[in-house]
Design a protein around this ligand. Sequence first.
Ligand code: ADP
Length: 276
Amino acid sequence: TKYIFVTGGVVSGIGKGISAASIGRLLKNRGFSVFMQKFDPYLNIDPGTMSPYQHGEVFVTADGAETDLDLGHYERFIDEELTKSASITTGKIYSRVIQKERRGDYDGVTVQVIPHVTDEIKSAVYRAAHETEADVIITEIGGTVGDIEGLPFIEAIRQIHSENPPEDVLYVHTVLIPAIPGSDELKTKPTQHSYKQLMSQGIKADILITRSDGEIDDSIKRKLSLFCDVSEEDVIESRHVDLIYEVPNVFREQKLDEIIMNHLHLEPKEQNSDEW
Ligand code: ADP
């Protein structure tokens, strides 16, 4: 199994979910089986009790789990039925840990965020891999790098890297390149900061996906490549589209499918299809 983790930098709402789902679509078009899951760092067990005004509609999976609306994007993009294993919240993780603690499963040790909470997060990833036997598991980490709530998730996905061969784990970081009003100059500094923040937590982004107020030209790519230690071709622009279902095509034009396959040493399974 290969693991792709999608994190977000700079600000939320920049299309991390759409990017993750589009990567899933591209890999499916290359003949790989894909399962997607979302980690949400909030303490609610699920979004079922949250106001739809605050959180948007709840997406209900076929096996009855009330989940984040991103799961709806995933299903529509990758055309796979997802399950309750696809939606993991801090609330779910902690309630499992506390249940185990009450049962005495931890054998008297002090129960801590590391390793007990992080182990529970890792087992949510490995369980999905085991249950679905998918070629690729794509996991989106909700929130933005640097959030206190997200730390255990970031630490868990860091550990997954060290527990697996390097070619089995890929980190995709989605970022915003803002423009200064007036001069319309695009600024990479917020991305440099968020890349470094991720590095300080032990994760080196392999691929950057940018949203921006203008077109990312070669000089911006060069700058990102230099400061963020990725090659220029690993900087992928998620340019603004009127219909989100065009995003997989936007990525495909930039050869994101091939780039990911190269990183993960994935051999193409069948003729590429652009149909979906
Ligand atoms: P995040 O997961 O980062 O919070 P989402 O994936 O939910 O963000 O996307 C936030 C919003 O941005 C969605 O309403 C989506 O329709 C829109 N969006 C994402 N990517 C693009 C794009 N390339 N062009 C236009 N709109 C986009």
